[in-house]
Design a protein around this ligand. Structure first.
Ligand code: THG
Length: 279
């Protein structure tokens, strides 16, 4: 299955057969105070810096999250989208819990972007599926619903199935629904990563959809996050993860390595090219 996203002129194909597509996570105010202060001043220079360095480091798509306390994201998300797409050609992943902000951003979008995210809650599906349909956007479906988050992988897959079914009924193409199995901190729950890995495996086998996840979530609260994230990334890719949201400056080398060992990089061309580009 192939999910096609576009920037102004650039097309990105997310293929369930790989290779891995990287969604850069860094435009996100979580522990990035400078992003909050610059955005509050209406200064987009730091956002542009984060975009440029992530693209150089291998990001194919950029996640855009401008949520912080007190922000008017119905205004700020579309403003940020405009600045980014005026300067870069990659597709964007619109990351907001506010459907109104997503809709406002899609109104100014110059490509086929990704909505981040809907989940199995009725309120979420009813608010976002019509928006995805209207603007021809793709959409991420998180494996949680009105009953909250389950630790049973089979139940997470059932929620993914429900989201896909509802999207189809709303007139959205199957390939435009990307499933997020939910990656959570392993410091808080020793089984958290195993549950996610099994969900990825089942979604890949039973539903055959593209799969994303906030891959750096798992290492919150621990030292040497890079090693932990790299181990989890490789295992997730083996099980069927195709478009992680992650920090390319820290994870692209491990992703290129995983693609190579999985036979998706003939003669190690992409692996070597990436290595040389970082020298
Ligand atoms: N699923 C989906 N979307 C998501 C998430 C998800 N969006 C948000 C988040 N989770 C993924 N994005 C991030 C962004 C930053 C970090 C983790 C996840 C992060 N930042 C460093 C920190 O907090 O220490 C700071 C910068 C760095 O060192 O890279 O960890 O699960 N669909």
């Amino acid at each position: 299955m192939k999910t096609i996203l576009t920037g102004r002129t650039k097309e990105v194909i997310i293929d369930t057969a790989g290779p891995v597509i990287i969604i850069g996570e860094s435009i996100n105010p979580t522990r990035r105070k400078k992003l909050v202060t610059t955005l509050q001043e209406g200064n987009f220079e730091y956002v542009l810096e984060l975009a440029e360095s992530q693209i150089k480091a291998g990001a194919d798509i950029l996640d855009v999250n401008v949520g912080f306390p007190g922000v008017d994201d119905v205004k700020l998300l579309p403003e940020t989208v405009k600045v980014l797409q005026d300067n870069f050609d990659v597709p964007l992943c619109l990351d907001s819990p506010n459907p109104k902000a997503i809709e406002a951003a899609l109104k100014v979008a110059t490509g086929k972007y990704l909505i981040n995210s809907a989940n199995g809650e009725e309120r979420s599906l009813n608010a976002l599926l019509p928006v995805a349909k209207e603007f021809g956007a793709a959409i991420i479906g998180l494996c949680m619903d009105d009953d909250g988050i389950t630790h049973d992988p089979e139940k997470r897959v059932a929620i993914a199935g429900k989201i896909i079914e509802r999207a189809l009924k709303a007139g959205i193409n199957a390939e435009d629904v990307i499933i997020d199995p939910l990656a959570m901190a392993v410091s808080a729950d020793p089984q958290a990563c195993l549950v996610t890995l099994e969900t990825i495996r089942l979604v890949h086998q039973k539903l055959g959809h593209n799969i994303t996840q906030g891959a750096s979530n798992i290492s919150f609260g621990l030292p040497d996050r890079e090693s932990l994230n790299a181990a989890f990334m490789a295992l997730s890719i083996y099980n069927g993860l195709t478009c992680p949201i992650a920090n390319p400056e820290k994870i692209t080398a491990a992703i290129r390595a995983a693609d190579l060992v999985l036979g998706r990089d003939d003669f190690a061309v992409r692996f070597v090219e990436y290595f040389q580009s970082r020298q």
